[in-house]
Ligand binder design. Sequence first.
Ligand code: HSE
Length: 412
Amino acid sequence: MSNKHKIGILGFGCVGQGLYDVLQHNQLLEIANICVKDKEKERPLPATAFTFDAQQLLQDDSIDLLAELISDPKEAYLLVKQALLEGKTVVSANKKMIAENLPELVQLQQQYKGVLLYEAAVCGSIPILRTLEAYYSTEPLKEVSGILNGSSNYILHKLDTENLSYEEALHQAQALGFAETDPTLDVGGYDALHKICIIAAHAFGVVVPLQKVLRFGISRVSTQDVALAQAVGARIKLVASAKINNLGELEVQVLPTFVFPDNELYYVHAEFNGVQLDARFAGSQFLKGRGAGSHPTGSAVWADVSAALAGYKYTYPKLQAATTPVAADATLRVYLRLAAQNGELPNLPWHEVTSFGVNSQVVQLVGTILRSDLLQHQQELEARGAFIAQLPDELAEEELLRAAIATELVAA
Ligand code: HSE
């Protein structure tokens, strides 16, 4: 009788194939079967390796673990829920599904004694959840922030270093298997939002309602914005952050940000991700690694498979003890560029605002505004093609304006 563990794989896309490849290096695991949807698609394995019926895997009691690696979050939710109701052991890479259903998934594990691990859902190959769960199970954290979406970072890096157009860079990110089936999830900032909310649950014990988080992506970034950042010595990065403010409340947001060379994130290139941790006693740490791609993500799934089969599970120590409230509001300083309407500034409740490039087509400004006010006007700004980026306090407004004028980047 074989003493190998048997696993069933649901999905054979970029991550499923990555897992299959890395498992060729593991002698103690046997793949029972792989469930796929499309009957017509050509695949690199014989037809006998596949089934089209997920229930065949879910009802096979000889299977020790299920790896859920399909892209449809609704379908993934139903399969994972069914497995957890039966007390099974599951690993998943589906960040949207996990972020949208976390309280229920935690409760199902507790009630039915199943196990769900999902390291591969957050930052690809970086072991961030294991670090938060196991190492920082008790020490309070002040901040976890970083670049959590490989596709957006790949696009921004290409715009910054190779003068590629946005469309070309996105096309490459898709061709290399970094982007989601629907790339809006990447470039709209939703994927980073899902990841930072999963991180917030593990790091601070707070389940943050997704719709209450301010989220802008990079889909409207222009070469003009990238050049403006370069002119002041910065790079634009999509930064997701969860941090405790002066009032002891948790602030979560996803925003393009002007990042300078004194910040580790400045050096996170292409599809890499970078996560900064700031702990009360350990101080700051920085983790960097491949955040997307078949083998790096397959490696993270493999690590979860091995850990789960060895008896590891999340205990959500901070979620059990949570008392941290979500912050009501905060003030942000941002750069905003959007299509002009009759040469007027967007009618937002700015605290302070300086426009520096206004013509019949484009408005550029630096403004200070409440996060809640931006959230309230988000749809309208997105409809007007707004690109928005947070500015660090150290960047004096005059410096930005001077650089813009000197490099003729203002919309004259
Ligand atoms: N589309 C995701 C990204 C894949 O680009 O980061 C990894 O989660």
